[in-house]
Design a protein. Structure first.
Length: 619
């Protein structure tokens, strides 16, 4: 916050109180100040504020703060479960807004919440994402299991609402949120606000949902409409005179970053194409921590756009109503809409216009497997060509599309080491299916077209994937392929801090000669002693494939000892196979080394997770 000073002569505080409050205000962030305002309002309304303190000398009437008229009967508990941090961010927004509006709200990580306390709650809001194919995120697993188990309590008398985060490109869209919503109702809770299911682009819907939740819970709890007004303190200002507020870049307002470096890290003959990319952030004011991701607002490939326009029988300069008003069809399909990923919701909307019996049959409930087979490996243009709609205008077609979502990439550099640059490790996605060459929207742009234009970027903070605050604590980093990216940032950061904690990296790829990403960095850190140990698995360099999970089992005794000595274990990379295989390997190591059964090993790992000593960033 900007420097604030509380003047004892123009406030009802004595000199000591004014000095104490001035000191506190210097340490508060904007969100903390907002929370404090709402908290004091609630106390004041309940008559608790000043009940045991001696009242200060009387002040002029104009200096007295107006009292709130009423207060919430019960607090609002906001439970969030999030893999990447989106649900947590919105939960904190809701808490801030709710407290400022007269409710007494508290945002709680599901991992830190005692499931048995649920029966004590009167007002609960759940914000939860869905991970992979319908699974709860790591920090929501225990509560999700509890409410679906035999020990789940009756929840009559509890008001609730659910906000579900998901991605319509997955079959089990928002499934975890749907699970909580249905189960709370089954247990007798009263749904105050209907569940809202969010796709990857959710900013606009979040604002209206927060407004609705606050209004409905104020009504349900009887929270007072009036609360203490906070007025600027004498001598205080938003910022020093003459200073200009720094730009706040976000998904809605990205920073345009120039590409400084774009090099392929693979050697000749590799089956992979992984790029090391460096972006210029010198004038951005952007800050990040190791473990955070970079959000990129991509643009669709001009060739793909032209091909789709041709398949529609439209013209590039046809005028359509895009997200920000009237634009050309070409502009809308290039910059505003997702035109590749084929999803069931899109097919359903397209089928309504197509009136095609074969397409309708594909959408039948008993044809889900056939639909999944059709979607696999196909883009939107395949559907347009397979089931053409005669006379469909470009303006009608764009109404069926969802907004082009940003893509997230783990940041591969430390802000402390490179304050004016952000480094990425990007695998270019290219393949051929159904007679057509395909490529990833953002990865191909970064690989092939990123030097043609500045890239719109923002920081996506991941509070669930962070280095220990104790620099002496050991860490184990497991990152095959491009999953190694955040661990380069971890070690850079520890180097800058002069951290004394031991560092162990597990890395895997296909071939030593062509796919050892950041080999020079790792060898230098190993030679200097910063990197305590590095185990590598190059799967195709011998007859029998070897993966990182095999290396974990081989070093089981040492891995377990590091964990017992306080190490935090990090995993980054592919969620479909690698993350599960590594998880199983850790369970095996713990079970064998501790001499415990599978159930107890799972409990051991779950406790590590609760202690924030088992963290995963998998996708």
């Amino acid at each position: 916050m900007s420097t604030l000073f509380v003047d004892e002569h123009s406030s009802p505080l004595d000199a000591q109180q004014a000095a104490q409050l001035s000191g506190l205000l210097q340490t508060l962030s904007a969100s903390q100040a907002t929370w404090l305002s709402g908290y004091l309002s609630g106390l004041n309304a309940q008559g608790a504020l000043g009940a045991t303190a001696q009242a200060p000398a009387a002040q002029p009437a104009a200096a007295a703060a107006p009292a709130a008229q009423s207060a919430p009967a019960e607090p609002l508990t906001i439970l969030y479960g999030s893999q990447t941090g989106n649900a947590e961010d919105v939960a904190e927004q809701l808490a801030e807004r709710a407290n400022a509006d007269g409710l007494t709200a508290n945002a709680v990580d599901m991992l830190d919440y005692k499931p048995r306390d649920l029966k004590k709650e009167k007002n609960v809001v759940v914000l939860v994402s869905t991970h992979g194919e319908g699974d709860p995120p790591d920090n929501a697993e225990e509560l999700h299991e509890f409410v679906h188990g035999k020990k789940a309590p009756k929840l009559e008398g509890m008001n609730f609402s659910v906000l579900a985060f998901g991605d319509t490109s997955y079959e089990q869209f928002c499934q975890t949120g749907k699970d909580f919503d249905a189960q709370f109702e089954k247990l007798g809770a009263n749904r105050v606000v209907d569940r809202v299911d969010l796709d990857v682009d959710f900013d606009d819907r979040v604002e209206s949902w927060i407004d609705d939740v606050i209004a409905k819970f104020k009504e349900a709890t009887g929270a007072g409409q009036a609360h203490a007004n906070v007025t600027p303190m004498p001598g205080a200002s938003a910022q020093p005179a003459g200073a200009q507020a720094p730009a706040s870049y976000s998904r809605k307002n990205p920073f345009a970053a120039e590409v400084l470096t774009n090099v392929v890290m693979n050697g000749r003959g590799s089956d992979k194409e992984v790029h090391h990319i460096e972006l210029d952030t010198e004038d951005s004011g952007l800050t990040w921590e190791p473990g955070d991701s970079l959000g990129i607002i991509p643009a669709n490939d001009p060739d793909v756009v032209a091909e789709l326009i041709g398949a529609l029988g439209a013209a590039a300069d046809d005028e359509v109503t895009g997200i920000d008003g009237e634009v050309s069809l070409e502009h809308a399909l290039t910059h505003q809409y997702e035109i590749t990923t084929l999803t069931r919701p899109f097919i359903e909307k397209y089928a309504e216009r197509a009136a095609n019996d074969e397409l309708n049959a594909l959408l039948a409930e008993d044809a889900r497997e056939q639909l999944a087979e059709y979607i696999d490996g196909r883009f939107i243009i395949d559907l347009v060509e397979d089931y053409p709609i005669e006379g469909m205008a470009g303006a009608d077609f764009v109404r069926l599309l969802r907004k082009l979502p940003p893509r997230l990439y783990s940041i591969a550099s430390s802000h402390a080491a490179n304050p004016d640059e952000i480094h990425l490790t990007v695998a270019a996605v290219r393949y051929e299916t159904h007679g057509r060459k395909r490529h990833g929207v953002a990865s191909a742009q970064l690989a092939d077209r990123s030097e043609d234009t500045n890239l719109p970027i923002y920081i996506d903070h991941n509070k669930n994937f962070k280095l220990p605050t104790d620099d002496s604590a050991p860490i184990i980093m497991i990152g095959p392929g491009t999953g190694i990216a955040p661990f380069r940032a971890f070690v850079e950061e520890r180097e800058e801090r002069g951290a004394e904690g031991k560092n162990w990296v597990f890395f895997g790829a296909q071939h030593f000669r062509t796919d050892f990403y950041y080999q020079t960095d790792w060898l230098r850190w190993r030679e200097e002693g910063l990197l305590t140990r590095m185990d590598v698995a190059f799967s195709r360099d011998q007859a029998d494939k070897i993966y990182v999970q095999d290396k974990i089992r081989e070093a089981g005794a040492e891995v377990y000892q590091w964990i017992e000595d306080g190490a935090t274990v990090y995993v980054c990379g592919d969620a479909n196979a690698m993350a599960a295989d590594v998880h199983d390997a850790l369970l095996d190591v713990i079970g064998e080394q501790a001499g415990i059964n599978a159930e107890d090993a799972a409990g051991y790992l779950k406790n590590l997770q609760k202690e924030k000593r088992y963290q995963r960033d998998v996708y």
